[in-house]
Design a protein around this ligand. Structure first.
Ligand SMILES: *[C@@H]1O[C@H](CO)[C@@H](O)[C@H](O)[C@H]1NC(C)=O
Length: 399
């Protein structure tokens, strides 16, 4: 029984890893239409834990991040962008291809809990298609790119714009984060959003509502910063967060565009035989003398004049230099004199010290009797060093 269970376990792991490793999705989209692909965390979670379907107790909701690139290239194709707000949110690949071709996109999901990785492939085949001739771009202020990319929201926005355009034949051409267009990061407060630009296209000409954007009256109101209500009877947004900013609405009429000038025809890169190569004539000689005068001589003259002026101020214009020098000498002499005088004075004072030195500093001073002997005497060897017979406290006093 246990062996059978482990066999089932082993088989499911094998099958799951077989399918997980080769997960591949294919899309065929026309040029100039908007493409969105949601990277579902749930799908990748099943890759990380293939058994959690059989044993729901094993199911985790792991944070994960995604790395996307074109196969064998470090980055995504130019037209494709990736966004994921938070490791607990789904990621989105979105963009509008501009030229036909095939791109293989590698998606690596990294589980931030276990650090497992899973790889999916996305094959996008872009086929040529006529570009929609009438396009309009609206700005939705109260939205963020991740909130707009889910297909339900795209449909809501498209429905509002279909009413505005007065046609069903409408396609979303592009959705852009306002931050990618020079928008500012909003304050992290409720009610502040990054904003998104939504571009739609149609075969049908613009409706009268849309054409009101081009009227001078509307433009004057916008320039004056009047409250952005939009033309009357033209506000079709059901959900307030999907309402457009009228003053940022732009219309593009691609039918009126002049045809592009034909591309320059490439030559073979080899000169026609016969003609000799004629080098271009060298340009006429230029006279550099005025430049020399202006850049070298004039500053030099100015520098010399400044030098002379400075020299004159420093040496010529100094008032009473001699007098001041004399006075300085006098002061120095006086100082010298006083120093000499003070020294002499100190010497004199030291020479005639009349006051006797304090008794305690003298040698052979008897503190009781006050008797003292002269230092000269004490130095003489005839005086006994210990005067025992004169000691009054001595027991052996002579009678
Ligand atoms: C879509 O918008 C992005 C960002 O503004 C821009 O780079 C890209 O060229 C647009 N694509 C089309 C087809 O207009």
């Amino acid at each position: 029984m246990a062996g059978c269970g482990s066999l089932v376990f082993f088989l499911t792991v094998c099958v799951a890893s077989l399918f997980g490793a080769n997960a591949e999705s294919k899309f065929t989209i026309p040029v100039g239409s908007f493409f969105t692909y949601e990277l579902m965390r749930e799908t990748f979670q099943n890759d990380f834990e293939p058994l959690s379907k059989l044993y729901p107790g094993l199911w985790h909701d792991d944070p994960m991040i995604f790395k996307c690139n074109k196969q064998n290239f470090p980055d995504l194709p130019e037209w494709l962008r990736f966004t994921q707000r938070h490791p607990f949110d789904n990621g989105f690949l979105y963009g509008t291809p501009t030229s036909p071709g095939k791109s293989i996109i590698e998606i690596y999901a990294i589980n931030k809990r276990t650090y497992d990785t899973a790889r999916h492939l996305l094959v996008i085949k872009v086929v040529a298609e006529k570009i929609l001739p009438y396009q309009a771009e609206v700005f939705i202020k109260l939205r963020e790119i991740e909130k707009v990319l889910p297909s339900t929201v795209q449909t809501e926005i498209k429905r509002d714009l279909q009413k505005l355009w007065d046609t069903e034949a409408l396609e979303i051409v592009n959705i852009t984060n306002a931050l990618d267009r020079g928008g500012r990061v909003p304050l992290p407060i409720a009610g502040h959003f990054e904003g998104v630009y939504v571009k739609v296209g149609s075969e049908q000409n613009f409706s009268s509502c849309l054409l009101k954007v081009l009227t001078p009256e509307h433009q004057r109101q916008c320039a004056a910063g009047a409250k952005d209500k939009g033309p009357e009877g033209c506000n079709f947004c059901k959900i307030p967060s999907n309402c457009i900013t009228w003053c940022k609405t732009e219309l593009f009429d691609l039918t009126k565009q002049e045809p592009e000038p034909p591309a320059p025809t490439m030559g073979s890169g080899i000169l026609e035989p016969g003609d000799d190569y004629n080098p271009v004539e060298s340009p006429p000689n230029r006279d550099y003398f005025p430049d020399y005068i202006v850049t070298v001589i004039v500053p030099l003259i100015l520098a010399i004049i400044l030098c002379l002026l400075l020299a004159y101020i420093m040496f010529g214009r100094r008032e009473g230099v001699e007098k001041r020098n004399a006075r300085t000498n006098q002061i120095q002499l006086y100082h010298h004199h006083t120093i000499h005088g003070n020294t002499d004075e100190l010497r004199n004072m030291a020479g005639n010290r009349g006051v006797p030195a304090p008794l305690s500093t003298l040698p052979m001073f008897n503190s009781r009797t006050g008797e003292r002997s002269s230092p000269l005497q004490s130095d003489s060897p005839s005086i006994p060093l210990i005067l025992a017979q004169h000691d009054p406290y001595s027991d052996t006093l002579p009678r």
